[in-house]
Write a protein that binds this ligand. Structure first.
Ligand code: 5AD
Ligand code: SF4
Length: 472
């Protein structure tokens, strides 16, 4: 399946529709009249979740229903994540375990896709060590799933496709969304930033923005269908618009979506601080639907480490951005990603991260110990601090953030919050949802409230989770 000349998106989509119809017929025969079953497991970030929903959309069009049990599946797919070594190890372990599933059911088709598969060393390892995997494909060819499945079955051969990045985005793939009240909408693909620790630019390719009309129309449809929360996705949403024929930036895109009437809220991730503008914060402050919550990963609080990370902002710039944002929105909730133990980081430099999180008082943090990713610049840097030592720093970070989160939550007791109810917590029987600031709130209530907005009075703070009672 070599591809030298890029087939126009509409033509490619049409071609895949034909394979979809063929696959539906083939699967009917293979499943001997029963409904063919697919098992799809997604690892990693929301972008992967969004890709997984497209994959399920295509499978549903081929006539598949979905199962959580690998042993009753006719098709098994793992959609993988490459961000840290630990994530990769877990995937390899789980792929290895499929050997027994294949032994019990030799006709099952096994596919592995996602960021890991864009790396040659990983694809090679699957080729050599996991002969029971039928299809291996990267992030750029999701839309070719029907063709890859068709070829794997009819030619009885293993399929390997990676590195086929397209210039033109394929619009119009079917989507089977996991949620009924919250939806993901990708606004841009890829990343051009090359933070020195990060594998994403190598496995997701160059930045490409979707046409604004396609995004606004998708959001409008979701709102009409009753979705209550839309999260716009991109590795760096703040550089949205680069390369589009129309001159448009992310703030303008937000204003166009916010202009859609309805009872919904809007979030987005991820924002790179180097591209976060005053216009962006003004837009959020003036909007009707955008949550006063921004995920703005600082990664480190030390300017030398930030420079080594190639983040292209320093501590002062980050803090001044936040000061501006809070001057416009005193209720702004901030969350961040932090990396502990970047190569060459000293304990004193790590203390700057602690002082930054104490100064900003983030609502919550996603915290990671540095993981060396082959092929990135940081993988070649000297890394004298032991992993064990880094885990000690990591615990210190968690302890500091826990105290901050507990203090922020305690200050909310007595307040009224608008909560989007997501599910029932099976352990304690309470409904569970999130505030606009993305804090979890639990309260007693009926199942009919799931998927709806509720006004809740906060009565108790349990570390970083709130308890409350419904008031309307
Ligand atoms: N090691 C540790 N954390 C990483 N991240 C990205 N690459 C690495 C790595 N090599 C973290 C960053 C990023 C988040 C999605 O994952 O904090 O913001
Ligand atoms: Fe990775 Fe940096 Fe791109 Fe985020 S902005 S995906 S951390 S390279």
């Amino acid at each position: 399946m070599r591809q030298n000349v890029e087939i126009p998106a509409a033509e490619e989509l049409q071609k895949q529709k034909l394979y979809t119809a063929d696959m539906a017929a083939i699967m009917q025969v293979r499943a001997r009249g029963a409904v063919p079953m697919a098992f799809v497991r997604t690892y990693g970030c929301q972008q992967n979740v969004a890709d997984g929903e497209k994959i399920k959309g295509m499978l549903a069009e081929m006539g598949f229903a979905f199962t959580e049990d690998e042993n009753e599946a006719d098709f098994i797919l793992f959609n993988t994540c490459a961000i840290r070594e630990h994530a990769e190890d877990r995937v390899f372990g789980n792929i290895g375990a499929l050997k027994n599933v294949k032994r019990r059911n030799p006709s099952v088709i096994i596919a592995v896709c996602g960021c890991m598969m864009e790396q040659e060393r990983v694809a090679e390892r699957i080729k050599n060590s996991f002969p029971f995997v039928n299809i291996v494909f990267g992030t750029h060819v999701i839309h070719k799933l029907p063709e890859m499945m068709y070829t794997a079955i009819t030619d009885s051969k293993r399929i390997f496709v990676r590195g086929q990045e397209r210039k033109e985005i394929i619009e119009g793939l079917p989507v089977r969304r996991d949620g009924k009240s919250r939806a993901w909408v990708t606004v841009m693909y890829g990343c051009d930033n090359f933070c020195s620790y990060c594998i994403v630019p190598y496995v997701r390719g160059r930045e490409k923005s979707r046409h604004p009309d396609a995004i606004v129309n998708e959001c409008r449809e979701l709102i009409e269908q009753g979705y209550k929360e839309i999260t716009l996705l991109g590795q760096n949403v703040n550089s949205y618009g680069k390369g589009l024929p129309e001159e448009i930036n992310f703030s303008e895109l937000l204003r166009r979506i916010d202009a859609i009437d309805g009872d919904y809220r809007l979030r987005f991730m991820t924002s790179h601080p180097k591209d976060a503008t005053h216009e962006l914060f003004d837009t959020i402050a003036e909007s009707r639907h955008i949550c006063h919550h921004i995920h703005l990963p600082c990664q480190s609080g030390n300017s030398r480490v930030l420079k080594e990370m190639n983040r292209r902002y320093d501590r002062e710039k980050y803090l001044s951005l936040i000061a501006y944002a809070r001057s416009k929105m005193p209720d702004l909730s901030l969350t961040s990603d932090i990396i502990v133990g970047f190569p060459g980081e000293t304990y004193e430099e790590f203390q700057d991260t602690l002082s930054l999180i104490e100064e900003v008082e983030f609502t919550s943090l996603f915290t990671f110990i540095f993981s060396s990713r082959p092929g990135t610049k940081a993988a070649g840097m000297e890394d004298p601090v032991s992993y064990k030592e880094k885990t000690v720093w990591f615990s210190e970070l968690l302890k500091t953030q826990e105290a901050i989160a507990a203090k922020r939550c305690a200050a909310m007791v007595g307040s009224e919050e608008r909560v989007l109810v997501e599910e029932r917590n099976e352990k304690n029987g309470l409904l569970c949802g999130r505030t606009e600031s993305s804090i979890i709130v639990e309260f007693p209530g009926e199942d009919t409230l799931i998927g709806e907005f509720c006004h809740v009075r906060v009565t108790e703070a349990r570390n970083w989770i709130l308890r409350g009672e419904k008031i309307s």
